[in-house]
Design a protein around this ligand. Structure first.
Ligand code: 5AD
Ligand code: SF4
Length: 436
């Protein structure tokens, strides 16, 4: 059905936010007759779906909505959704009175109820069954994202998520499997399972049913016929038990790339962060999983300059980086967040100059690692799932261990697996030729 009302949505932040945006679009298309546009100036409704995990996105939010307000067409509405909406609530409307409504990350399915009510603010983090409505929209035809849980029960002392997304609840396995099957029926080959802490899947369901585990969920999802590749984020190193690692190693549908957020390599900083594991445990987990999955790639998140981080603590982080040989690192400088425990540790704050220097050194160390490892792929042949065709006639896709590969090709290859012999590399991607 075509509609006259146009929706423009901008997403800041993590993959969870991307899925929430798909959910918002799906809800507004289904119930409110909107259709999506890429041109903000054409939109009748402008939504910004935000992230508040670090401070920068919050500043970005206010500068972006200011710009939207200047350039929007007459009478267009502006809504703010997501984590920043959860934690700033009605202060957003106080600071930017042209904002029409505010919907928190836990309340996305209320979007259809508030979109027409000027000044409404929905940010409760109490449980609500409507979370079970999955989005039907997809950003990539061959890849679907499916939420497996909402919220987070951990209390990492730097993290704002538990206060914006509420307590953790798992979505029933049959609903997830059904959603994966639906996505596959619509052409998806790969699924990304999403939760703040996927390894704690199954500890609590909203209908009070018996507990389950992430390992069992992986086994069920992998039975979906036509589904070729399973990815997930984020696991928690503390809960990566042997059973999970063994399933990861033997289940051929699971992508050979895993995200293991280290945060810090220092046992005492990990304790102050309430991460629940030690430097040794983390290294034990990476060693175990690498020993079972030889072509594994590991990605990680690291925070430098957490309050109280000494030079020796920081050196522990560098030690782990050297030993775990991460294939990709998302580096962050600690950013104090409202309502978190770490906020009370201000007297231990690391001077900004030191934080910046640590960040730069870490990035340089990782660059050198990539410069050493990426050329070793040249000459090898990989199976690549082709996802897109570039204007220059190259197709782009990912290997099983999630290396990005470019090769000359055509649109007939989209959604298919092809063998690519690697001929060249950069620090972050590979180039090659399609071979039989
Ligand atoms: N400061 C800096 N980085 C943070 N992250 C979460 N909270 C903070 C914070 N207060 C990082 C963590 C997390 C990633 C999503 O963002 O590394 O894994
Ligand atoms: Fe935040 Fe820790 Fe939960 Fe991740 S596990 S969302 S870092 S509280």
């Amino acid at each position: 059905m075509s509609s006259n009302k146009k929706l423009f949505i901008q997403t800041l932040g993590c993959q969870m936010n991307d899925t929430d945006s798909q959910h918002i679009v799906a809800e507004l298309e289904k119930h409110k007759d909107y259709s999506q546009t890429d041109v903000m100036e054409d939109a009748d409704l402008i939504i910004i779906n935000t992230c508040s995990v670090r401070e920068k996105p919050v500043q970005k939010l206010f500068s972006e909505i200011g710009q939207f307000n200047k350039k929007k067409k007459d009478g267009a509405k502006i809504g703010v959704c997501g984590c920043t909406a959860s934690h700033l609530g009605k202060d957003i409307i106080k600071r930017a009175p042209y904002v029409d409504f505010v919907v928190g990350a836990r309340n996305i399915s209320k979007i259809k109820d508030v979109v027409d009510i000027k000044g409404s603010v929905e940010i409760s983090i109490d449980n609500d069954d409507s979370m079970y409505e999955f989005a039907t929209a997809k950003t990539n035809k061959y890849r679907a994202s499916v939420n497996i849980s909402v919220g987070c029960d951990k209390k990492c002392t730097y993290c704002i998520v538990p206060s914006t997304r509420g307590e953790e609840l798992s979505i029933p396995v049959e609903m997830i499997v059904d959603q994966v099957q639906k996505s596959v029926n619509q052409g998806a080959v790969e699924v990304m399972l999403l939760g703040q802490n996927v390894n704690s899947y199954g500890r609590r369901f909203s209908d009070g049913r018996e507990k389950s585990t992430f390992t069992k969920l992986l086994q069920e999802v992998s039975k979906v016929e036509g589904l070729e590749r399973i990815r997930f984020t984020s696991p928690h190193p503390l809960h990566m038990d042997d059973e999970f690692i063994e399933e990861f190693a033997k289940n051929k549908k699971i992508s050979r790339c895993i995200h293991m957020p280290l945060q810090s390599g220092s046992t005492s900083i990990l304790k102050a962060m309430k991460r629940g594991y030690t430097k040794e445990w983390f290294l034990n987990r990476t060693a175990k999983i690498r020993s079972l999955v030889p072509d594994l790639r590991i990605t990680t998140d690291i925070i430098v300059a957490f309050p109280g981080e000494t030079e020796a603590d920081y050196q522990d982080t560098l030690d782990v980086v050297r030993e775990a040989k991460f294939d990709q690192i998302f580096n962050f400088k600690y950013s104090p967040r409202p309502g978190t425990e770490a906020l009370k540790m201000e007297d231990l704050a690391v001077p900004d100059k030191i934080g910046s220097a640590r960040l730069i050194e870490l990035i340089e160390l990782h660059k050198r690692h990539l410069e050493a490892i990426m050329p070793t792929y040249v000459g090898q042949t990989f199976s690549v799932l082709v996802e897109s065709l570039k204007p220059n006639g190259e197709v782009c896709g990912f290997t099983d261990n999630y290396l990005q590969v470019f090769a000359k090709g055509s649109d007939e290859l989209l959604g298919k697996f092809v063998n690519v012999k690697i001929t060249d590399n950069s620090r972050t991607s590979l180039k090659g030729e399609i071979v039989q």
